[in-house]
Design a protein around this ligand. Structure first.
Ligand code: G4P
Length: 286
């Protein structure tokens, strides 16, 4: 399996609908928080968001840092900060970094508030929305931010029924439903990163191919984790097939008649990788 042959089946119609929705939602807010997955900061970003945002301030929340390679996260933070974007690292599963994110949103909103003050507008709350591709942790972040502050602001025009503005800090109102962005599936490397981390459902890609690429990636970048987790010893001449065989043997993945059950290995490796049981990994290079 070559990376350039990895394909995701997906439908441009979904993108058009999501884009239209995003355009109308963004009109309602003053600051956007784009949530990225720290394991795949490049693949979880949306290529068209900037165009839709225009000059609107954006804060990046690098989430799931608990699952990403620490050293790589540092490098990603440097890179993103270097491009002039306000960026915060968060672990929404524990709430780590969420306070700093609120401060970053307040800082990003300052020019907006100053502009309002010049026009004589005071005490207008800054409206915020969380956006990101599916499964990055948007809802988890919203729940963290909203927490016990479930103070409903009045219904505002343009917000779809059921959506609410919730005060999350003094002068900050959050839209309680996230904006869903679509990833850029055209690049096979991005497709692989999304498939491996579980950002996309298994019915749109071939699991066997994804796991082949995943084992190849682990063998090159994180061989020690493979050895430890599956209690296998790796040699310089090992390749994807021999590693699969070693894992199957070590884990007793067998079919009737004693044949190795490689499907089971596929399921096992993918699950262990996605849940963090295999270790902490960053798939996208900074
Ligand atoms: P979404 O709204 O962007 O689609 O994502 P959502 O919040 O539903 O989160 C997707 C999955 O990611 C959830 O797991 C959630 O618990 C997990 N998650 C969110 N933030 C973090 C984080 O910082 N670290 C880790 N390790 N996980 C995070 P799930 O398995 O789909 O559901 P559940 O097990 O929480 O029920």
């Amino acid at each position: 399996m070559r990376l350039e042959d990895f394909k995701i089946q997906w439908f441009p119609g979904h993108m058009t609908k999501a884009k239209r929705m995003m355009e109308s939602q963004i009109k309602l807010v003053d600051v956007v928080v784009e949530m990225l997955d720290a394991r795949i900061p490049r693949s979880s970003t949306n290529p068209m968001l900037q165009g839709i945002l225009g000059n609107k301030p954006k804060v990046i929340a690098l989430n799931k840092i608990d699952m990403a390679d620490k050293a790589q996260t540092e490098r990603w933070l440097e890179k993103l900060k270097g491009s002039g974007l306000p960026v915060c690292q968060v672990d929404c599963s524990t709430g780590k970094g969420v306070k700093q994110l609120i401060s970053a949103i307040q800082l990003a909103a300052k020019p907006v508030i100053d502009k309002w003050l010049k026009k004589g507008v005071r005490n207008r709350p800054v409206r915020v929305m969380i956006v990101g591709i599916p499964n990055v942790g948007k809802s988890t972040l919203i729940n963290r931010l909203v927490g016990k502050n479930k103070v409903m602001a009045a219904d505002k025009p343009g917000v779809t029924r059921g959506q609410q503005w919730v005060t999350i800090a003094k002068g900050l109102e959050l839209l309680d439903t996230p904006g869903v962005l679509w990833p850029k599936f055209e690049d096979p490397a991005v497709g692989f990163a999304l498939a491996a981390t579980g950002a996309i459902k298994e019915d749109v890609f071939d699991r066997e191919s994804a796991v082949e690429l995943l084992i190849d990636f682990l063998l090159r970048k994180y061989p020690a984790d493979l050895q430890t987790k599956y209690a296998v010893s790796l040699e310089a001449e090992d390749d994807v097939n021999s590693v699969m065989t070693k894992i199957a043997t070590s884990r007793g993945c067998l079919k009737a008649g004693g044949l190795l059950d490689l499907d089971k290995v596929d399921q096992l490796v993918l699950r262990d990788f996605r849940t963090g049981r295999l270790g902490r990994f960053t798939v996208d290079e900074p």
